[in-house]
Design a protein around this ligand. Structure first.
Ligand SMILES: Nc1ncnc2c1ncn2[C@@H]1O[C@H](COP(=O)(O)OP(=O)(O)OP(=O)(O)O)[C@@H](O)[C@H]1O
Ligand SMILES: [Mg+2]
Length: 256
């Protein structure tokens, strides 16, 4: 190869690296989620339980966030609000610049369906249908044809390393495999945000670590925004941002 072509290739590579870096920076500059003075007060008869007390935080697009804190500190409450599964008692939540407290039920359901994939501690799979059909479920709500849906479900199950288990029922799978099906299901509609509440809570530490490695890859390579709750400080280290809750308040935000 002559000197000129080598120079050209080098310059080309340099430009690509620069563009990728800029893309990452731009992604991280956009606020995806903004909680402003958010309160959640549960009412139990006469008693009021303040589970979140004026939480204000911004989560950028493309971040990997771990929410930590003692049992009862408000982690699941915060996740339910972020996931638009519940509404705050006071304050505002902006998801992609839309105030979710002001959206109609149906607009909220659409925004949630398009933007968020959920992963739960208990996997929440449907036990009477196969792993494959569990992953197909969220695709049925999208406007895509059957063939595309089928191909996508197949590809995602392959990605989580379960291509040989697609026809198993959830009860015929190990805990780690079930959680991988639920990760595949959460990815099916290609959401921007993945919300996971104690995704490794029922798994042994080796399987838990492999799930974290999967999240890390989805974050780094696929540009997903990941928000997870964990008790395990070792697993929280996989995240880029750590938010610590105590008695319903944020007491620390750390960047890794
Ligand atoms: N539906 C509810 N009704 C009344 N109180 C509730 C309800 N859900 C949660 N709480 C209370 O709100 C507080 C926060 O609960 P939350 O489930 O958010 O905690 P957590 O940090 O997720 O805990 P854990 O680590 O045990 O899952 C707790 O005091 C809890 O008892
Ligand atoms: Mg919880």
């Amino acid at each position: 190869m002559d000197y000129k072509s080598t120079l050209f290739i080098k310059e080309h590579r340099r430009i690509i690296i620069y563009i990728k870096q800029r893309e990452l920076e731009q992604r991280m500059n956009q606020t995806l989620l903004h909680l402003e003075n958010v309160w959640k007060i549960y009412k139990m008869g006469e008693v009021e339980v303040p589970a979140l007390k004026g939480v204000t935080v911004e989560i950028k697009k493309g971040d990997f966030v771990a929410i930590i804190g003692a049992s009862g500190s408000g982690k699941s409450t915060m996740m339910n609000l972020i996931g638009c599964l519940d509404m705050p008692s006071k304050g505002s939540i902006f998801l992609k610049n839309k105030d979710i407290t002001k959206l109609s039920e149906s607009n909220l359901a659409t925004l949630r369906g398009e933007t968020i994939g959920f992963i739960f501690q208990q996997y929440n799979l449907i036990h009477s249908i196969t792993a494959f059909d569990n992953v197909m479920l969220p695709l049925e709500f999208l406007e895509i044809d059957d063939k595309t849906a089928y191909e996508r479900a197949k590809k995602i199950l392959d990605m989580v390393g379960l291509s040989d288990k697609t026809h198993h029922l959830p009860t015929q799978l190990s805990g780690g495999q079930q959680q991988r099906v639920s990760i595949a299901r959460s990815l099916a509609a290609d959401p921007e945000i993945i919300l996971a509440d104690e995704p490794t809570g029922n798994l042994d530490s080796v399987t838990g670590k492999s799930i974290m490695e999967m999240f890390h890859r989805l974050w780094k390579e696929e540009g997903k925004t990941i928000i997870m709750v964990t008790h395990d400080l070792k697993l929280a280290k996989y995240a880029h941002t750590t938010i610590e809750l105590k008695d319903g308040e944020i007491i620390r935000i750390d960047k890794n």
